[in-house]
Design a protein around this ligand. Sequence first.
Ligand SMILES: [Zn+2]
Length: 503
Amino acid sequence: MRKIFSFSAVVAMVAIAFAANAVQVGNIVVKRGVVDTVYRAKHVVVGMADPGAQFTVNGKSVKAYKTGTWGIELQLVPGENNIKIEDNAGSATFKVFYSTTPKPVKRDLAREAAMAEKAKFYPTSLKVSTKKYSYLNYGAGTDRLGGAKINYLSQGIELYADAENQNLYRVRLSGNRHAYIPKSQVEVIGKVAPDFDFMQDNVVLSESSSVYNAGDCDRVSIGVGGKKPYIVKEYTNPHKIVIDLYGVQCNSNWLTHKTGLKSVDNIDVESIDSDVTRFTVYLKTKSSWGFSVDYKGNNLVLDIKHVPAQLYLKNLTIGIDAGHGGPESNGAVGLSGLKEKDMNLDMAYQLKDILEKQGAKVVLSRSEDVGMSIRERQDKFIENKVDIAISIHCNAGGGPLSSLGTSTYYRYNVYKSLTEDILGYLMQMEGVNNFGMVGNFNFSLSAITDFPCVLVETLFISSLAEEEKLADAQFRRAMMENVAKGLVDYIKECRVAEGQAKK
Ligand SMILES: [Zn+2]
């Protein structure tokens, strides 16, 4: 009996939904909001019509945007509500039931089980070796952009996995510290021997180290008795880069400082645990132009890029990244069908044009509608030695009738002012709200330390009003002019801070 009832209920719902989807008056079509039961008094109805068309919904005047989209928020009464769309040519009505009982909670049991999963411990640790582009995560947590990353790791570092959690290995870095690494980023090379003692057998010694001017960077070469994992972080005030080497006991009694250093003031070493050694690289510079870390043999090599000698836009190479692309990745799509990938590419070209007119060299990550992984984008920027990278996207979320505005994102604190300068100009634009500036953002391109990187989420393409703005070529041009202004301001600030100019 119960079964028959629920079957017929499903049939009835499908029939209503099918009939309701056809709500249309002439060219006015309802796209969202035709549902039989809702649990909120505020109900949003959106649709398409001829651009600029005027009509009424429940007697309230509605005007379609230039993109042809329209939307209205209605206040429902408990029980059945008639929603009537009307213009000179005729009308159409559909019903929405507002239920004041709480919305039934749809539980995703599979996801709940995955979230509740605890690490499964191995009786014997696995030996794993890092692949190219591997990175460490702090924990087993995750979100839309993946777990919170610590940093990327060099290839061929051996780690000991003592547990697994979903698609992650828990790896032991030192006696007191664990991290997580995606299983796909390591190769399993064996198991530890039965008599393996982590505190004895894992530990190597740090050795003599040096710093010298290597042409376009200052190079810190740290002698380590084996390829060991590291956690690296750049700080401001004072400007320094700190590398903690795990499974490494401090034995560095010889830190050679060559003459002619441009970025590095001095390096220092200390033991912060019996099997963790910290190298601190104090920097002379105020601004950061990126660094890379990699093992060359058993030496951990930290290359710190020199500040460009003449800090003017015309002397710099700017990487511009148009987010998404290709048939697999449209990005967000607006109600009118406007695709984020197309807007991003157009704005990338606009920005390229603006910057090139001011003498800059520009490298685009993608120059047409093709799919491209973050790694391909990063590699292209590194190969072309970009000085600064700007990634252009459109945002989505928050409902079609809200105008949340523009926002900029950085991962590393050293690039906060670049992000701030660009946002400062964008939010001065008429009708553009400030969605805010976000730090420590887990965007993969911003996680690279090789060059400064800022992510610009221009506007919300999911917002009807903001989609209309994005659809306007002149508006997109104006947005990119403001991005360029912010960039120029940032370069000037660096020029002054580095003592290359008085103001
Ligand atoms: Zn995007």
